[in-house]
Design a protein around this ligand. Structure first.
Ligand SMILES: CC(C)(COP(=O)(O)OP(=O)(O)OC[C@H]1O[C@@H](n2cnc3c(N)ncnc32)[C@H](O)[C@@H]1OP(=O)(O)O)[C@@H](O)C(=O)NCCC(=O)NCCS
Length: 405
């Protein structure tokens, strides 16, 4: 049977295109409400599907984002809903859809694609490199003392989700604009995604709650969380699941986390999408009690090296010439001079040689070139080039995306 890969022409086709990934989540058809929410942030022409006799047997979408990179923001494709029906796997459908998606990004001048991978083995072959880590915590509340006493500034109040956006969005934006890996959220995103609390996503746990810490009459921090109460033989064993906590200042960070750590009845406080350099590591008296564990986060693919590398800043004068190999997007291959004076093709002898996936790993500042060299992901062709590139590429803070899209 012939299979055609092409973009969706309508919302109805998008609903068909998400059926394959829905199948892996154990559902025979997409949930109508979740599909409607997705459609609000994922335009139909940006969804690629593999069509067989009018039925989608594979799907792959790209949400248009403004992604924060060191020193700026760049248009980026947030790759999502990757799925091919188990009846049609390993016949090259993902490869064809990825081809179409990256070619379209290249044509429209959207220089970066990035994603969360459910399996780390899939996306390296398409030029995605691991670009950030994410941390989980699972803390017993009785071991949650901070290293030093402090008096809380401000007052926390609970805010209905319906009125939360105007209070929390400016705080989020303040953090997002200076944190590589975060994306700008539209009002539609807030309403359809982050502040939405559909029953299907609750899976039997508490409602989504929003707490806002106000200081001198202004919102300074917020937390989105769920209370999951539980008792065994009359003893509390429940937990607070922190979905997202953001603050406009270090004091507000400390204050909102103290609030979360001090909710009575809860035995534990859990979170699973924290930045690896979270201030809690240094706020706690006993950091190891956080049970802070790491797993891979964002995978970044530079679709257009010149535009992508020009969109970020560099920490030192000078430049380094990088010889890039790129099998899947050969237009990127060759030597690039990268520096604060610009990014351009170069005939000079390269200082570094690497695959496009390594450049993706270094792009947001999540991995240094020295780390890449120790893992044999980059070759130093000129002594000193790695040390120089490390200084140039440093980002000041770990890349972080607080949300799986
Ligand atoms: C992952 C998935 C989308 C791949 O689709 P597919 O059409 O079977 O992939 P393709 O046939 O185009 O394979 C492309 C390449 O990826 C490899 N590959 C595919 N799925 C893989 C997997 N799960 N693990 C490792 N490699 C995989 C193939 O072997 C092939 O390798 P090659 O380039 O060396 O030939 C599909 O298996 C699927 O839907 N899996 C379950 C849902 C899922 O994991 N989605 C990803 C969410 S991030």
């Amino acid at each position: 049977m012939d299979i055609e890969v092409r973009p969706c022409a309508s919302a109805q086709e998008v609903k068909l295109a998400i059926a394959p990934i829905t199948n892996y989540f154990g559902r025979s058809a997409p949930n109508e409400e979740l599909a409607e929410r997705l459609l609000q942030v994922l335009p139909a022409p940006r969804v690629y599907a593999a069509w067989e006799s009018g039925r989608a047997v594979g799907g792959l979408g790209a949400i248009p984002f403004q992604l924060t990179v060191p020193g700026g923001r760049v248009p980026a494709a947030g790759v999502t809903i990757a799925g091919v029906l188990p009846t049609h796997r390993r016949r090259g459908l993902l490869r064809s859809m990825m081809r179409a998606l990256l070619d379209a990004g290249h044509a429209r001048g959207e220089p970066v694609a990035y994603l969360w991978a459910t399996e780390g083995t899939i996306y390296g072959r398409f030029g995605f490199g691991l670009a950030s880590f994410i941390a989980e915590m699972d803390l017993a509340r009785e071991r949650s003392a901070f290293h030093a006493p402090f008096s809380n500034v401000g007052q926390v109040r609970l805010v209905p989700l319906g009125t939360a956006e105007e209070l929390v969005a400016p705080i989020y934006e303040r953090v997002a604009v200076e944190t590589p890996g975060m994306f700008a959220r539209s009002s539609v995103w807030w309403q359809a995604r982050r502040l939405a609390d559909p029953e299907l996503l609750r899976r039997g746990v508490g409602d989504l709650q929003c707490a806002v810490l106000e200081h001198e009459g202004h919102p300074a921090a917020y937390a989105l969380y769920r209370i999951n109460p539980a008792f065994q033989q009359g003893i509390q064993t429940g937990s607070v699941a922190v979905i997202e906590a953001m603050a406009a200042s270090p004091e507000a960070t400390r204050g909102i986390w103290r609030y979360l750590l001090d909710i009575d009845w809860m035995a534990r406080v859990k979170a699973d999408l924290l930045p690896v350099d979270h201030p809690l590591l240094l706020l706690m008296a006993e950091p190891r009690r956080l049970d802070f564990t790491l797993k891979d986060g964002l995978w970044v693919r530079l679709v257009d090296v010149e535009i992508a590398m020009s969109a970020r800043s560099y920490q030192a004068q000078g430049s380094v010439v990088i010889d890039v190999t790129d099998e899947f997007c050969p237009w990127n291959a060759g030597c690039w001079r990268v520096g604060s004076d610009g990014v351009e093709r170069s005939d000079d002898a390269p200082g570094l040689r690497c695959d496009i996936s390594a450049l993706g790993s270094a792009y947001l500042g999540g991995f240094t070139w020295s780390q890449l060299a120790r893992a044999l992901r980059v070759q130093e062709l000129r002594p000193g080039a790695i040390a120089q590139a490390d200084i140039m590429f440093q980002a000041g803070r770990a890349p972080w995306c607080p949300e799986i899209f």
